[in-house]
Design a protein around this ligand. Structure first.
Ligand code: HXC
Ligand code: NAP
Length: 281
């Protein structure tokens, strides 16, 4: 899909890059010539992932321990990246936490747990790297991984929904404020992409996966390569005039859920013949 050197000589930090979609983006960026830092809490997972990505792509992957809730950790990751890989060109705020629960069952601390990772963590990393880039008079590209419900809201994932809405707003706010300094900020809003982290917590049984798949107009779930390619495009110089945008990648799911009459896709041709008799021409 892309020239093989699309991201050559770029260094990109991916929070939560040791698993799931973060890992898939790290792999794709390396295939396209980037050096990548993957950073999250579990150093053992990161180290294994880094080794596997390097074996697969030949790319340079630096695994660094990071808790995005800790600002000092973030500053340390930025310093280590500069020391070991040189200039930083991009950041993907991908780390997240989530769970499925009726809101009235949640403790107040459960809200804090998610907001601290998703909203505070994304803000902290954007702030620390923004300060660094601005001080160095260096351009840069940020990409925030949100969700489709960042715009629509969603029941049963309220702490995540509120946090992702905040990150979407952060995307648009910084795009305007830091655009003049050469810093672009965009977001991707994925629909469902199977990952261990999300599926264990949100889609624990096959019947639920089937239900989700059936409401997507394309009648399938997302493939990691599709999201990784979109991320690569938004991180590369060719997308240089895109700033403050959120790109939805969900097979048409949220629009199908919103359109008043879209539920009629359940009618068979026979149902339609019967139903049409009731409609005034
Ligand atoms: C209700 C829960 C809970 C659950 C924890 N809590 N899990 N409440 N349901 N399943 C509550 C606890 O009781 C506690 O409150 C508070 O939250 C903090 O819990 P900890 O276990 O101490 O939190 P912590 O160790 O910080 O772990 C964070 C985590 C965990 C979010 C709870 O699941 C995690 O580390 N997740 C990271 C990976 C992840 O979630 N990936 C999925 C991303 S998918 P009290 O009051 O008892 O102290 C995604 C979008 C998917 O984001 C969209 C799909 C379409
Ligand atoms: P995942 O594999 O569970 O990814 C979450 C990552 O966040 C993990 O690598 C985790 O690593 C890291 N993380 C969690 N808390 C952290 C903290 N305090 N500090 C640093 N890192 C932390 O799930 P995923 O599905 O790939 O999700 C990736 C992104 O896509 C998330 O932003 C998610 O909201 C978004 N998304 C996913 C879907 C989907 O269908 N999969 C849909 C919409 C949006 P450690 O445990 O090592 O810290």
């Amino acid at each position: 899909m892309f020239a093989k050197d699309l991201l050559a000589n770029k260094t990109i930090i991916i929070t939560g890059g040791g698993s799931g979609l973060g890992r898939s983006m790290a792999t794709r960026f390396c295939e396209l010539g980037a050096s990548v830092v993957i950073a999250s809490r579990k150093l053992e997972v990161l180290t294994k992932t880094a080794k596997e990505i390097t074996e697969q792509t030949g790319g340079k992957v630096l695994p660094l321990e990071l808790d995005v809730r800790n600002y000092r950790d973030i500053e340390r990751v930025i310093d280590r990246t500069v020391d070991e890989l040189g200039l930083i060109h991009g950041l993907v705020n991908n780390a997240a936490g989530n769970f499925l629960s009726p809101t009235e069952h949640l403790s107040h601390k459960a809200f804090d747990a998610i907001v601290d990772i998703v909203l505070r963590g994304s803000y902290y990393f954007s702030l620390a790297l923004g300060k660094h880039w601005i001080a160095q008079k260096q351009p840069g590209t940020m990409l925030n991984i949100v969700t489709t419900y960042a715009s629509t809201g969603s029941g049963y994932v309220v702490p995540s929904s509120i946090s992702k809405a905040g990150v979407l707003n952060l995307t648009r706010s910084l795009a305007a404020e830091w655009g003049p300094k050469g810093i672009r900020t965009n977001a991707i809003a994925p629909g469902p992409f199977p990952t261990k982290g999300a599926w264990q917590r949100l889609v624990p049984d096959p019947a639920m996966e089937k239900q989700i798949t059936e409401r997507i107009p394309l009648r399938r779930l997302g493939e990691h390569g599709e999201l990784a390619d979109l991320a690569a495009y938004l991180m590369c110089d060719g997308s240089g005039f895109i700033n403050g945008e959120v790109v939805t990648i969900d097979g048409g799911e949220w629009l199908a859920g919103a359109g008043e009459f879209n539920f009629l896709d359940r009618l068979t041709p026979e149902d339609w013949a019967e139903f049409s008799k009731k409609l005034k021409r």
